[in-house]
Design a protein around this ligand. Structure first.
Ligand SMILES: Nc1ncnc2c1ncn2[C@@H]1O[C@H](COP(=O)(O)OP(=O)(O)OP(=O)(O)O)[C@@H](O)[C@H]1O
Ligand SMILES: N[C@@H](CCO)C(=O)O
Length: 322
């Protein structure tokens, strides 16, 4: 359930006075999602999503909100934060930071085919290029620094084989981050969590249309290839083994490369980035599983899934980038 802070019709009417978005038609709580309070909000001018941020603070939010604004202005299909009469895009409701963003059409595809992969890959490349002119800077807060801090906390819960694996991969990633090769990788604002449940598709299964990317609240500046690796590690795999499905992977990567061709440094770094992306989510899932936040409502995702993905990426030869 994702209404942690109830919002009444009267609250919404009061809030809408701060915007030029017309009059309230309806307000409906969204049941999906685990972190924020979300409502579908219909007004006489359009369809929106009202979000009350339950975890991120007012000070932490501008990077994400302004990035979405920047991308929307550049024609990337992302929720567009609406601007209040006072020029700001964030407000407060029931003491929580609040934003109204445009509602994208479509739904998420749990079983994406090659066509979905093509659309997602091309749109991510366009997102990267559009984001390169975004002025604000914020590192990926779930990057190497966070892995170094978090892995020692989860180590006591692991068996010796797992502990050895996660420690070895962390050491390799620390060395890689200090290498000249790493410094050559193109970087900029990245979504950093572009799993299939964060992309909406319209149309039919056979002929899908891109609805857009949602949930930018793990975004940060990172190598673009890390973003690609996070995505294909979710979109293009056999869910049981973690192995890549070649047709989907090729569709995803070719579509991305048609918009932004990969560099020589990226080709060389690819196997390590695929492991980095698997390590990132193995670590966060271990952390959420063994050390849940006191008020955490989510049912933790299975950490072993990303252990399997990581082992796959270390044993199977990495497919070359197109
Ligand atoms: N701008 C949008 N347009 C259309 N649907 C949206 C939009 N934003 C959110 N949704 C819908 O609301 C659901 C919940 O949103 P979201 O995934 O962002 O939840 P959350 O609690 O904020 O984050 P988390 O993914 O961490 O649970 C999505 O699955 C999607 O169906
Ligand atoms: N996409 C993440 C959850 C949100 O970061 C995961 O599947 O672990």
């Amino acid at each position: 359930m994702a209404v942690f802070t109830p919002v009444s019709d009267d609250d919404a009417r009061e809030l809408l006075k701060h915007y030029s978005l017309g009059e309230l038609i309806s307000l409906r709580g969204i049941t999906a999602g685990i972190e924020n309070t979300n409502y579908f909000l219909a007004t006489t001018q359009g369809e929106y999503v009202l979000t009350l941020f339950e975890v991120l603070t007012y000070e932490q939010l501008p990077f994400y909100i302004e990035l979405m604004h920047h991308l929307a202005q550049k024609g990337i299909p992302v929720p567009e934060p609406q601007t209040r009469r006072n020029g700001e895009r964030l407000g407060l409701l029931h003491g929580k930071p609040t934003a109204i963003v445009t509602r994208l059409s479509g739904g998420y595809e749990p079983d994406p085919g090659a066509t979905h992969c093509t659309l997602a890959g091309a749109t991510l490349a366009r997102t990267h290029l559009a984001g390169s002119s975004f002025a604000m800077q914020q590192p990926n807060l779930r990057g190497l620094g966070w892995w170094r801090e978090t892995i020692p906390k989860v180590l006591p819960f692991l068996d010796p084989g797992q502990a050895e694996l996660i420690s070895a991969v962390l050491e390799e990633q620390i060395a890689f981050a200090q290498s000249g090769l790493y410094g050559e990788l193109p970087s900029g604002p990245a979504h950093c969590d572009l799993f299939r449940d964060n992309v909406l598709f319209d149309g039919t299964y056979e002929t899908p249309r891109m609805g857009g990317f949602i949930d930018f609240y793990f975004a940060g500046c990172d190598t673009w290839l890390f973003d690609v690796a996070v995505s294909v590690n979710d979109w293009c795999i056999d869910r049981n083994s973690g192995a890549f499905i070649d047709e989907k992977l090729q569709a995803w990567l070719r579509a991305y490369a048609q918009v932004r061709p990969f560099t020589a440094a990226e080709r060389q770094a690819w196997p390590l980035l695929l492991q980095a992306a698997a390590l990132r989510f193995w670590t966060s899932r271990l952390f959420d599983y063994f050390l849940p936040r006191p008020a955490q409502t989510l049912k933790p995702h299975d950490p072993r899934h990303f252990e399997r993905v990581l082992r796959q990426r270390r044993t199977a030869p990495a497919p070359a980038l197109p």
